[in-house]
Design a protein around this ligand. Sequence first.
Ligand SMILES: NC(=O)c1ccc[n+]([C@@H]2O[C@H](COP(=O)([O-])OP(=O)(O)OC[C@H]3O[C@@H](n4cnc5c(N)ncnc54)[C@H](OP(=O)(O)O)[C@@H]3O)[C@@H](O)[C@H]2O)c1
Length: 251
Amino acid sequence: MVVDLAGRTAVVTGGGTGIGRAVSIGFARCGASVVVNYSRSAQEAAETVAEIEGAGGRALAFRADVTDEQQVADLMTAAVERFGGLDILVANAGAPGQGGRTSELTGEQWEHDLATNCRSAFFCVKHAMAHLPDGRGRIILTGSMSARTGATAGALTYVASKAAMEGMTRNWAQEFGPRGITVNTIAPGIIRTRLQARASEERYRYLIGRIPLGRDGLPGDCVGAYLLLAGDDGAYITGQVIEVGGGMLAS
Ligand SMILES: NC(=O)c1ccc[n+]([C@@H]2O[C@H](COP(=O)([O-])OP(=O)(O)OC[C@H]3O[C@@H](n4cnc5c(N)ncnc54)[C@H](OP(=O)(O)O)[C@@H]3O)[C@@H](O)[C@H]2O)c1
């Protein structure tokens, strides 16, 4: 996809691995300066930055735990200080969750999992808003098709967090629309990353059997949707959930 992001700066949380890494590299190829956020995967973030810089792009690896509001604020400030502004936020960081089936799930696990996947998006948007430019600011969240499918038993906190993000997307579209800032969620289906590596082979085969395109996705399969929403051609799309899953919900 040809999208011109020259002169724009993006923050991608969880930008050093999986989908976030593919988005970081895809944005940089289109001319954006990219802040590659990580919390534990320092080496992967450094490799992502090296790949971008090796291709002539501009990137910065920045450690911030997205469950910590001050660290999130510092992440957004770092983007502005290093690259002179912040135009695009991709709140992508997420984890499968510690919690399990309802009867064993504790309140602490619930809080932890929603803090990682969903409260983190609130912190990111809150602190990005101070910097995003009116008229062309972009917010893209990484949700999940599981908000629609319900995933599998034991994934309650994950599904709850991703479903909440869809509502937050529609609410933020109302709140920030008057400033010309768009807010959308990409909901991936089954994408081959370390997050899916937890699934058993049997379950993975079952899931792929439900995909009309007949295969799982690669992180790169998601990038076009993020680029569409980030670039000028996405300026009139807001409050939407775009599923990238090989037609999984069509079956
Ligand atoms: N793969 C799929 O099939 C699929 C489907 C639907 C939705 N998704 C969503 O896609 C997003 C990316 O996941 P992925 O599949 O690409 O798996 P992944 O490679 O495991 O990526 C998850 C990223 O989130 C980051 N992260 C987790 N907790 C964090 C924290 N507290 N602070 C900062 N960063 C944190 C991780 O960074 P660190 O390692 O540095 O902590 C990692 O880079 C997630 O939101 C996930 O829910 C994935």
